[in-house]
Design a binder for this molecule. Structure first.
Ligand code: CAA
Length: 309
């Protein structure tokens, strides 16, 4: 995955830099998460550049953002259609796209990465951008399972590197996890906590531990529901109804697994189980492995535990 077409080397001071307000945000990766982050940042007045490897995926992402902005407007501006249209146009004007991260990063206060969950690809991306971005620019990863410390190790801005973990669907879910490593400066954390609040989110501070807060609790729950279904302890429908009505969750665990993506779930579980082979809460599920091998990855492929139109 080449996000650069050229490299400009520049020497950077590695000393702590005082943070300025985050105005321009570069978001790398225009999938569901990247596009969602772009939508929320643009809607709250930030200038956003969304970066991906080709124009077709970027066009699709902008179309998705427009569709989701209409959903927001339907709710917030139901009695003011003109104000709603203005909100959409303003937000869309705030987003530009690029296939060349190298050429846009120089004007960025914050770079948020939301690309494939692959350590080497993330390290290569940030390692390259580190030579190009201004000294004050904060780098953040939206990874849901990889170590922020390990990703940051490819750069010389350890004090300006953190995790910024959003939840799907980004325009709806109110939480952002702000993850600091032992080297992240307090200024960087304060900037990201403040930025999250300006986005209309509620941030929580997390340590750089596997799964941070939410996924460390959510994934063992989801995988246990899969194992429960595998053992025949309940139908998938009953397991989902039970957790929705018994606990007031908006989605049951198998429905939510399809929504998160079974490949994403498997990736996280495999990673944790390799690091903790003795821990039964990370044990493999044959059914999950089978569905992923068959390409039934959940909602995004039209089938997972359930079928989608
Ligand atoms: N953009 C803007 N608005 C959206 C939206 C989007 N992408 N998706 C949904 N909405 C809005 C809808 O317009 C709707 O608004 P109104 O209530 O005003 O009509 C509202 O959200 C509810 O949506 P729907 O009516 O379409 O459907 P729903 O009531 O079934 O809710 C849901 C859908 C919000 C996804 C809800 O089911 C839910 O909260 N599910 C749980 C999601 C969850 O747990 N996410 C976290 C996953 S874990 C993760 O992301 C971390 C990781 O690293 C793996």
């Amino acid at each position: 995955m080449a996000f650069f077409t050229h490299q400009i080397c520049r020497s950077l001071s590695s000393s702590a830099v005082r943070n300025v307000a985050i105005k321009h945000v570069t978001i790398i990766g225009s999938g569901q998460m990247g596009a969602g982050i772009a939508q929320v940042a643009a809607s709250t007045g930030h200038s956003v550049t969304l970066v991906d490897t080709n124009d077709d995926v970027l066009k699709k992402a902008i179309k998705g953002i427009e569709g989701n902005l209409k959903r927001v407007v339907k709710k917030k501006f139901s009695d003011k259609p003109e104000a709603g249209e203005e909100f959409i146009q303003k937000a869309l004007q705030n987003v530009s796209t690029s296939t060349d991260a190298a050429s846009v990063v120089q004007g960025s206060d914050l770079v948020v990465e939301a690309i494939v969950e692959n350590m080497k690809i993330k390290q290569d991306l940030f390692g390259g951008l580190d030579k190009l971005a201004p000294a004050h620019t904060i780098f953040a990863s939206n990874t849901s399972s990889l170590s922020i410390t390990d990703i940051a190790s490819s750069t010389n801005r350890l004090d300006r590197f953190a995790g910024l973990h959003f939840f799907n669907p980004v325009p709806v879910m109110k939480l952002v996890e702000v993850i600091g490593t032992s080297a992240t400066s307090q200024e960087t954390l304060d900037s990201l906590l403040n930025f999250s609040k300006i986005l209309g989110k509620t941030p929580v501070s997390c340590k750089d531990t596997p799964g941070f807060i939410v996924n460390r609790l959510l994934l063992p729950y989801l995988i246990e529901a899969v194992r429960m279904y595998e053992r025949g302890h309940g139908s998938k429908e009953d397991i989902d109804i039970a957790m929705k009505l018994g606990c007031g969750y908006p989605m049951g665990p198998l429905e939510l697994s399809d929504y998160v993506g079974l490949d994403t779930m498997k990736f996280i579980m495999d990673h944790w189980s390799a690091a903790n082979p003795e821990d039964p809460s990370f044990a493999q599920s044959e059914l999950l492995n089978k569905l992923v091998a068959e390409g039934k990855l959940g909602k995004k492929t039209g089938e997972g535990f359930y079928k989608y139109k």
